[in-house]
Design a protein around this ligand. Structure first.
Ligand SMILES: *Cc1c(COP(=O)(O)O)cnc(C)c1O
Length: 382
C-alpha cells in the first residue's frame, strides 16, 4: 500500500481556503517582513505554550542560536547536549565558538541521561574531562533535546542547572505541543526553541522556528540578536546578531495550522496508540514508551529492533516509507572530529543508532494503513 511518511496534502485540503485567504492578505498588504501576521502568530504561540514571550524566527537552528547568542555563549564555554539528535543541536554550539560536550542518552526515552549529565558536568568542572586536556572549559549551558516529541526530564535538569549556575535551552524542535507535568514545551526551562520545518508537528511551507521565554530581558536580547543586533532603532547595532526573522508569508501559513493543531495532537496520539497496541505483541520489536507525566507531539514514531535492517527492507518492498533517525550519533560525525570522540564513548546512543527506525506518522494516517505497516513488521521480525 503506497502511503506518505508525512501527509501534508491531506492537511492542506482540510484548511485550503483559510491558508489561501491568509496568503492573499499578505500579498495585498505587502509587508513581507515583520508584517501583522508575524505579531499575531507570536501572540498565539505565547498563549499556546503558556509563556510571556514567543518570538518566531527563521528556523529551529536559528532559534537555538538566538538562545545561545543572547546568553553570550562562546569560546571556552562547555555546552552539554546529547549526540543522538539532529546535527543542528550541536552545530549551533560550535558556531558560537563554544564546545559541545556530549552526554549519553536514556535507553527508553532517548533523551539526555540525567545521571550521566551530573557526571560529565563534574568532569568538566574538575578539569578531568578529555576535552579539558588542551584548553580550559567553563560549564555554561545544557541543551536537552525532546527527541521524537517526548520532553526530556526537566525537573531534574533544571535542578542540576540551578546547582551549577547553567543556562538551560530546550531543543523542542520535535516536541512543540507536547507536555511535561501538564506544562507545554517552550515553558519548561529558561528558553525553549522549536522548529516549523514542514515535517515537524507544526510545520510551515518553508523554514521557520520560534523561541519562548518568561524572562523579559532574555526576550529583548533574542529579538535584538534576531535583527542584526539592533538597538533602540533599526540602524543602531549594539551587539553581534543575525538575519533571523520569520517571513510574513510563513506566519500566514502557520496561523490556520495552529488552529487545528490541538486536534491534530489528539489524532497523533491515537495513531501512536494504534501502532503501540499492535507492535507490543511482536517479539523483538520495542515500541516507544511515554513517561506517565509526559505527552508527546509524536514528531516521529520510532521503534527499536535488532532486526532493523530486515524490517526496513520489508517495509520498502511493501511500498511503506521508513526512515532512520539517526544513523550516526554526532560524536562520530566528521563535523565534530576535532573533539576526538571515538566509537564506544556513547554506548547507548551507538546501540540505538544501530537499532532505531521510524514509521509513517501524521494525524491523517488510517487504521488500515497502520494495520498493514504492523503486519509487514511482524512478518519481517520473525
Ligand atoms: C529539525 C530540528 C532542528 C533544526 O530545525 P530547523 O528548522 O530545520 O533548522 C534542531 N533540532 C532538532 C532536534 C530537530 O529535529
Amino acid at each position: 500500500m503506497k502511503m506518505p511518511f508525512i501527509d501534508l496534502k491531506s492537511q492542506f485540503k482540510s484548511i485550503e481556503s483559510d491558508i489561501r485567504k491568509r496568503i492573499d492578505a499578505v500579498l495585498e498588504h505587502g509587508q513581507y517582513i515583520m508584517g501583522p501576521e508575524v505579531h499575531e502568530l507570536n501572540e498565539k504561540l505565547a498563549e499556546f505554550a503558556g509563556v510571556k514571550h514567543a518570538i518566531s524566527c527563521s528556523s529551529g537552528t536559528d532559534a537555538l542560536l538566538l538562545g545561545l547568542m543572547a546568553k553570550n555563549i562562546g569560546p571556552g564555554d562547555a555546552v552539554f547536549t546529547t549526540p543522538f539528535t539532529f546535527v543542528a543541536t550541536a552545530e549551533v554550539v560550535a558556531l558560537t565558538g563554544a564546545t559541545p560536550v556530549f552526554v549519553d542518552i536514556d535507553p527508553v526515552t532517548f533523551n539526555i541521561d540525567v545521571e550521566e549529565l551530573r557526571k560529565v558536568i563534574a568532569d568538566v568542572e574538575n578539569g578531568t574531562h578529555p576535552l579539558c586536556k588542551d584548553s580550559e572549559l567553563k560549564a555554561r549551558a545544557i541543551i536537552p533535546v525532546d527527541l521524537f516529541g517526548i520532553p526530556a526530564e526537566y525537573d531534574a535538569i533544571n535542578a542540576i542547572a540551578e546547582e551549577h549556575g547553567l543556562f538551560v535551552l530546550e531543543d523542542g524542535a520535535q516536541s512543540f505541543g507536547a507536555t511535561y507535568h501538564g506544562k507545554r514545551t517552550g515553558s519548561l526551562s529558561h528558553v525553549g526553541a522549536t522548529s516549523f520545518f514542514p515535517a515537524k508537528p507544526l510545520g510551515g511551507y518553508g523554514d521557520g522556528g520560534a523561541v519562548f521565554t518568561d524572562d523579559d530581558e532574555t526576550a529583548k536580547l533574542m529579538q535584538s540578536v534576531m535583527i542584526h543586533g539592533m538597538g533602540e532603532d533599526r540602524y543602531q547595532n549594539v551587539r553581534l546578531g543575525i538575519n533571523g526573522r520569520l517571513d510574513s508569508l510563513q506566519a500566514a501559513v502557520l496561523l490556520p495550522k495552529l488552529e487545528i493543531f490541538p486536534d491534530e495532537l489528539v489524532k497523533r496520539q491515537q495513531v501512536a496508540d494504534a501502532y503501540s497496541e499492535r507492535l507490543s505483541q511482536i517479539p523483538g520489536v520495542t515500541p516507544p514508551s511515554l513517561p506517565e507525566h509526559c505527552t508527546s507531539a509524536w514528531a516521529q514514531y520510532s521503534v527499536l529492533s535488532e532486526k532493523r535492517d530486515a524490517i526496513q527492507s520489508a517495509l520498502r518492498e511493501a511500498d511503506i516509507p521508513t526512515a532512520t533517525y539517526y544513523p550516526i550519533p554526532l560524536h562520530l560525525q566528521k563535523m565534530f572530529a576535532d573533539l576526538n570522540y571515538k566509537q564506544g564513548d556513547m554506548p547507548v546512543s551507538e546501540r540505538c543508532a544501530a537499532q532505531i527506525f521510524s514509521l509513517p506518522m501524521h494525524p491523517y494516517l488510517k487504521e488500515e494503513q497502520i494495520a498493514e505497516v504492523c503486519q509487514v513488521i511482524a512478518k519481517a521480525a520473525k
